[in-house]
Structure formats: C-alpha cells, structure tokens
Design a protein around this ligand. Structure first.
Ligand SMILES: Cc1cc2nc3c(=O)[nH]c(=O)nc-3n(C[C@H](O)[C@H](O)[C@H](O)COP(=O)(O)OP(=O)(O)OC[C@H]3O[C@@H](n4cnc5c(N)ncnc54)[C@H](O)[C@@H]3O)c2cc1C
Length: 391
C-alpha cells in the first residue's frame, strides 16, 4: 500500500500481514492454476474478526450495516491483488446473513458458530441453465413427508470447490421455489471444479445432486424461495459486490500512473503527455462517479429506503460500476503497452477478473431491459394517476 486511500490503513493494520504474505505473494501461481483460496487461510482472517463487521450483535458482531461493510470490501479489493479473496469473503458472509435471516434456531445453533469462526464455509447454488421459472432441479417429498429426494445441477457456484454447505434453490412439487441446506459430503453430491475466465481462485464449481436423500429439517424454506432469494441474496448483494471491484480498479489506476511516471518515450515521460493525462482523468471520473452511486445505493439500503425485492438504484449502481471498472482496466492496458499485459503487472488479471460481473449478479444486458421496463411502467403509472386526478 503506497497511499492510505479511503483510510485503507485501518484494514491494512489488522489484516495486512496476511494479505501481503499469504495472498499477494502467491497470487500469480494461484490464478494460473485456478487454485482456490483455502479454508485454512480464510479461518486466519476470521480469527482477526473479518466476519464480525456486518454480523448482528447477538452473534458477537459489530452490526455496521451494508454501507460500512461495502467500504471494508472496497478496501480489501484495494489491498488484495487477488480479487478472488474479497469476492469469496463477500459470498461467505452473505451465506451467514442468509441463514440468520431464515431464523431457524436449530439450524443456527448447529452451523453458525463454525461458519463465523471460518472453520466452515457456505455457497449459493442458485443459477442453472434456465431462467428462475424454468429450473429443472427438483425436490420430491417421501410419502410420509420425513425426507426429500433431490436432483439438481447448478452450473456456477462461487466458492463451491471449498464449501462445506450449499444453499440449494429448487422447485418443489409445485412451481414454488424451495431452499435446502445441502452438505458437500451428503451421498450423491458431486462438486466439479470449473476453470473460469476470471476470479479463478474463488473456486467456482458445478454442483450436481443425484437422488440425494435429505431429512426434512434441511428444508429451510418450503415456499416463496424466489422472493427470499431476491431479498436476502440477489437484490441486497447487487451493488454491494461491486465495491471490491471498485477498490481494485483504484489500485489499477495507481499502478498505471506509477508506470507512466517511470516510462520515457521520445525523450519525455509518458505522464507529461496531455493525451495520457486526459486518459487518467477519464479513469478517475469513471471510478469516482461509480463509487458515488454504489455507496449512495448502499446507504439507501441501510436507511431502509430501497425496495428490498428489486431496487432500481442498486441495479443501476451495479450496471454502472461494472461498465466503469471494465473501462478502467481496458484504459490501463491502452496506457501501459506490453507491460500491462504481463502477469506480474496485475493489470491483465484485473481485466479478466473485472468481467466476472458482466454476467454475475444479473447480466448487464438484462439489467438494461429491466431498467427500461421499470421506466415505462413508472411513467404509465404516473400518467394514470394524473388523469384520475383530472377526471
Ligand atoms: C463469476 C461468476 C460467479 C457466479 N457465482 C454464482 C454463485 O455463487 N451462485 C449462483 O447460483 N450463480 C452464480 N453465478 C451465475 C450468475 O448468477 C448467472 O450467470 C447470472 O445470473 C446470469 O444467468 P445465466 O448465466 O443463466 O444467463 P441468463 O440470465 O440466461 O442470460 C444469458 C444471456 O441472455 C441475456 N438475457 C437474459 N434474459 C434476457 C432478457 N429478458 N432480455 C434480453 N436479454 C436477456 C443476458 O443478457 C445474457 O447475455 C456466477 C456467475 C459468474 C460469472
């Protein structure tokens, strides 16, 4: 860390030695070989209190809320040259928050302590190769209702390779979505690691369940799983998870500026060329305008002003941040020539990692459609209301 950006020194003081010595030193090999960040390493971070920030006080947490938690993730993204680390942490923390939101005392007593201590970890198994209304993964109850037979294929599960538990979203005997808690070692569960374009050390995997027998106490939500997923997994995370990408984008800008200050072409430092300065200005504006929108969106969430099921501001914040971090990475490659392309510069890797949210957390093109529908609907409702008033 060269500068104390956004007060990242506070996070550096607590976690800096682990980040520098156990993450940043080994990032290139881990990324090249798609080696997932180990549970043992995550446990070391948890011991220093990483999961405590956004945890309710009854579970020993600080209850800082989504806006402050977003700032912690942003600083982790800034400090960790491996973006997979804060990405994985954000997922695991959301898994803990989801279980707490379900509010089952037996489940909390059985799982939460070890999850919070980082001894175990969980992942979300939601997406399949279909839209949410056409999922083919199914849970069929036995005649006496004591067990379920579950068959499912979930293609992209972040942290799946190292997860002990999965929150599995399937259809029950009606079209309603149900949520089960599945153990990685339940008979019939297979986890197949995937090699992805970016964020390779999150341990993305495909989860397959073949005739898995689950006791009924593993059924966390019998009905309305889709609304619950929107509220406690998809919608509440949509702008949150861009924060770590924004932190890394800031680090990419700093790396780019350092290269430009030390590189001479045609007897002139690159940093003194006005076209280069304009490009840096563009990167800076892209970063700060997205940061403003993302943090505003998280603060609205904390003030309970946002729509808990589908918030337009959170969705547009995610859309804008993803466009901007990708623009920043490409601009950095434009400015740093062949050096930026090398693994050791970290810029090429950031370029691959930043594409993760083009598809993840709702694809960019789909968000545009959703936003258009929302705008047309809002205008329609407004004009109906005003014509009602006039009549
Ligand atoms: C890095 C990464 C991590 C992920 N982690 C997880 C995880 O932990 N758990 C999990 O369950 N999933 C995870 N996913 C999956 C992710 O949530 C999905 O990829 C995402 O929701 C999109 O779903 P899909 O892949 O089925 O694509 P679809 O939504 O089917 O979209 C496919 C294409 O069709 C377009 N499209 C879709 N609907 C419309 C429409 N109405 N109008 C116009 N175009 C449309 C989209 O723009 C897109 O280009 C992850 C994905 C990535 C990339």
């Amino acid at each position: 860390m060269n500068v104390d950006w956004q007060g990242a020194g506070d996070i550096q003081a607590i976690f800096g030695t682990l980040i520098d010595k156990e993450l940043n030193c080994t990032v290139e090999e881990r990324d090249r070989l798609s080696i997932p960040i180990s549970n043992a390493l995550i446990e070391k971070f948890a011991r220093r209190g990483l999961y405590k920030y956004n945890l309710p006080a009854v579970w020993g947490g600080q209850e800082v809320g989504y806006a402050q938690w977003g700032r912690v993730l942003e600083k982790l993204g800034y400090l960790s040259t491996d973006l997979s680390f804060p990405f994985l942490i954000s997922v695991r923390m959301s898994f803990i928050s989801f279980l707490i939101a379900v509010g089952r005392e037996d489940i909390n007593n059985e799982y939460l302590v070890h999850l919070i201590e980082g001894k175990t970890g969980g992942a979300f198994a939601y997406t399949e190769d279909a839209d949410a209304f056409s999922f083919v993964s199914r849970a069929v109850p036995s005649a006496d209702g004591k067990t379920y037979t579950v068959n499912a294929v979930k293609k992209i599960v972040t942290g799946g390779e190292t997860a002990n538990y999965f929150l599995l979203f399937v259809h029950g005997d009606t079209a309603d979505m149900q949520v089960f808690l599945v153990h990685a070692d339940d008979p019939g569960v297979v986890v197949t690691p995937s090699v992805m374009h970016g964020c390779r050390s999150t341990g993305i995997a495909c989860l397959t369940l073949t005739d898995v027998q689950l006791d009924k106490h593993r059924l966390l939500l019998a009905t309305d799983g889709l609304s619950f997923a929107q509220r406690y997994f998809l919608n509440c995370r949509r702008s949150l998870q861009t924060t770590l990408f924004l932190g890394r984008a800031r680090a990419v800008i700093e790396t780019t500026v350092a290269y430009l200050q030390n590189t001479v072409r045609y007897d002139q430092q690159l940093i003194d060329m006005q076209h280069v300065q304009a490009c840096i200005g563009e990167m800076y504006m892209a970063l700060e305008s997205s940061r403003t929108l993302v943090h505003y969106s998280l603060e609205r969430q904390v003030r309970q002003e946002s729509d808990v099921y589908w918030d337009a501001v959170a969705s547009m914040a995610k859309y804008q941040a993803v466009e901007d971090v990708n623009k920043i990475a490409l601009q950095a490659l434009n400015l740093t020539g062949g050096w930026g392309y090398t693994e050791s510069s970290g810029i090429g890797r950031a370029h691959r990692d930043f594409t993760a949210l083009v598809a993840g957390a709702d694809p960019q093109e789909k968000l545009k459609v959703d936003m258009g529908i929302r705008m047309v609907h809002d205008l329609d409702m407004m004009s109906r209301r005003s014509s009602k008033k006039e009549s």
